[in-house]
Design a protein. Structure first.
Length: 250
């Protein structure tokens, strides 16, 4: 009898070259350099960077890196999901998420090439980490239905909106390659959200209690994401107001 995937995988530790590196892990000198590139380290936020890229093409590179960070984490998450849940979920669900892992890998390749196209490369900007990492999630919340609601429905839905916003921005600013790649990625995200919805419903048919718990987890996750986006928008509005006031005063 064929052994389970998790018995055949030597390690499920997330690795990347260059290694993951968040803003919190930068040295003081590296933080200073990042702040000089972005006009302040506080600007290293996807919502803020999108507005900055609207006025200056230079900021498309850090914006793409913020997306690329999430794509790498997607490979880690869905790859482990396939391995760790193989014996808990239907086989066709495992196949579906193996395909999604491949999609995330393709997205990382596209975005890495976009970085080069924009005059940057992986490692110039740090990673932006959204949400708790797999090893930090309490065991009781590792139920496949809860993970699906948080990641495939909520987070991938957020990614779909983000890609649509970046594609629109790229079209407006003449960045045809950025627009083309994000149009391509958007098509995958539509499928990913649908995949999550489908299998969440299937799992809940067998165990109805899962649906209520999963939806609650999804709502909590979406609320947190919306809060982060609103904070970034408020910061941008405040910065623009300050610039207007200073301009009128000078």
């Amino acid at each position: 009898m064929t052994r389970a995937l998790k018995e055949r995988v030597d390690s499920r530790e997330a690795r990347r070259e260059p290694p993951y590196r968040s803003t919190m892990e930068l040295t003081p000198e590296q933080q200073k350099t990042l702040g000089e590139k972005l006009g302040g380290i506080q600007n290293y936020n996807p919502v803020v960077l999108r507005e900055m890229a609207r006025k200056d093409r230079r900021f498309f590179a850090p914006l793409i890196m913020s997306i690329l960070s999430a794509e790498f984490r997607g490979i880690d998450f869905f790859g482990r999901f396939v391995v760790d849940t193989e014996e808990e979920v239907p086989w066709h669900m495992t196949l579906g998420f193996a395909r999604q892992t491949f999609d995330e890998s393709r997205h990382t390749l596209l975005n890495m090439k976009l970085l080069v196209h924009l005059g940057s490369s992986l490692g110039e900007f740090p990673d932006i980490i959204l949400g708790p990492q797999r090893d930090n999630i309490p065991p009781e919340e590792l139920d496949p239905a809860i993970l699906l609601a948080r990641v495939n429905v909520a987070l991938e839905g957020f990614a779909l909106t983000t890609f649509e916003e970046i594609r629109a921005l790229a079209e407006q600013t003449g960045e045809e390659m950025v627009a083309h790649c994000h149009d391509y990625n958007m098509a995958d995200e539509v499928t990913h959200v649908a995949l999550g919805d489908y299998w969440l419903e299937k799992l809940s048919q067998v165990q109805p209690w899962r649906k209520e718990r999963a939806r609650a987890a999804q709502q909590e996750f979406e609320t947190n994401i919306a809060m982060v986006r609103q904070m970034a928008r408020s910061y941008m509005a405040s910065a623009q107001q300050e610039q207007t006031t200073n301009g009128n005063g000078s």
